[in-house]
Design a protein around this ligand. Structure first.
Ligand code: C6P
Length: 404
């Protein structure tokens, strides 16, 4: 059970006002808020043991290295990776995807096929298009229906022995749909294709077990689950990470360097060139501790209640249409009211202290599918309340009256 009032005390930002009104933060799918314990971890690092890692014999460097590697271990445990060296700490989901997409350049041939879904974020489309340009591989798309659910029969027809890679998000950022990733992975593996699951939007709501999923790559950003920006995870099966070449050259990722030849470090360092976001990595570990203390089952149950409550209330607003009505959804609601531009709604509700995202949400193909310029997106977290939803409904009614 979530004690939401107690939890809210953990987030200093939730106490502030915006435009003279109490902040109602419903832009959690863009980035989540940061609890005091994670802020304290960041302050503690810079106050007490800021040093470069894996390099110095001095005590500060040792302390920072130990804390960073402990954080990697926490990420490994959270996602149940078999080995700590299968966890590459990156700058976030986008960086993680680009490591894999670039790495596959030497493993693909002209005519090979890559499958993505119709509801991907641009960061799970563009790197694969660039990979296709480099290799002559062909991009195929699993279509979706009006509810925002993937048409799995079409996936079956797209799969063939030409399929080398499949990339799908676990949860759609614009629609909230939870995709049937188990089935997607199983079917791809039957044809020896590798699968990357973009877990950016799933990770704050669903605890993924990469071994149980048998997924080849799973990627997340810490800032979606109460951690800082600029850090994330690329999980890869050891066998795949060994096959892929390094993404960037530099310090930290080498074994021996001469002007004639360089040999690379083993995992995970092969993919971690340069000084990483040390503090961010440590704070990522602290954020996972914080969320696990609350518990992902409790978070999911509470957010499902918020989703149901908000959906019912929103549908009572005249002319409001929700995009993304899949059975399996996280607490994300994309909507429009009549023909009012989402940007105008977002601007008016902001004046009333309510933060929602408006626009195409970096998922333009979804907007093209529905033939709309964008949506208003309200995305909830475990620290939001039904009272806040009521405030949003009032604000939307005011906006609809003013603009309709
Ligand atoms: N979506 C949103 O408002 P980065 O920026 O690398 O941390 O995450 C990119 C990303 C990748 N995949 C999915 C499914 C995502 O939702 C995001 C980030 C934010 O929806 C910002 S555009």
């Amino acid at each position: 059970m979530i004690d939401v009032q107690k939890i809210r005390q953990d987030f200093p930002i939730l106490q502030r006002q915006v435009n003279g009104k109490p902040l109602v933060y419903f832009d959690n799918a863009a980035t989540s808020q940061t609890p005091q314990v994670v802020i304290n971890t960041i302050v503690d690092y810079y106050t007490n043991y800021n040093a470069n890692i894996h390099r110095g014999v001095h005590s500060l460097s040792q302390e920072a290295t130990d804390a960073y590697e402990l954080a990697r271990h926490k990420v490994q445990t959270h996602f149940n990776a078999k080995h700590a060296h299968e966890v590459i700490l990156t700058s976030g989901t986008t960086h993680s995807i680009n490591i894999v997409a670039t790495g596959f350049t030497s493993l693909l041939q002209k005519g090979d096929e890559i499958i993505v879904s119709a509801m991907e974020h641009h960061s799970n489309i563009v790197p694969w298009q660039m990979l296709c340009e480099r290799t002559g591989a062909v991009l195929k798309v699993i279509p979706m229906n009006q509810e925002g659910t993937l048409i799995m029969e079409e996936y079956d027809t797209l799969l063939s022995n030409k399929t080398k890679l499949v990339f799908v998000n676990h949860v759609s950022n614009a629609l909230g749909t939870i995709n049937p990733i188990r089935e997607i992975i199983k079917k791809a593996h039957a044809l020896d294709a590798a699968v990357l699951i973009d877990g950016a939007q799933a990770s704050p709501h669903i605890k993924a077990d990469v071994q149980e999923l048998d997924v080849d790559f799973y990627v997340v950003s810490a800032h979606k689950l109460c951690g800082p920006t600029g850090v994330g995870m690329l999980y890869g099966k050891e066998s795949w990470l060994n096959k892929l070449p390094p993404y960037q050259g530099g310090g930290e990722m080498i074994d021996q360097v001469t002007f004639e030849k360089t040999t690379y470090a083993g995992l995970p360092h092969k993919f971690e060139a340069g000084t990483p976001n040390i503090c961010g990595g440590i704070a990522f570990g602290a954020a996972l501790d914080y969320m696990n203390n609350i518990g992902f089952d409790a978070i999911a149950a509470y957010e499902a209640e918020l989703l149901e409550y908000a959906t019912q209330k929103l549908l009572k607003i005249d002319g409001l249409k929700i995009y993304g009505t899949a059975q399996e959804k996280t607490a994300v609601i994309s909507f429009n009211i009549g023909t009012i531009h989402p940007y105008d709604i977002g601007t008016i509700v902001d004046k009333l202290g309510i933060a929602v995202r408006t626009g195409h949400h970096c998922a333009q193909p979804i907007m093209d599918f529905y033939k709309i310029p964008g949506t208003v997106r309200a995305s909830f977290a475990f620290y939001n309340t039904k009272e806040e939803i009521d405030l949003m409904i009032d604000a939307l009614q005011k906006a609809a009256m003013m603009l309709g």
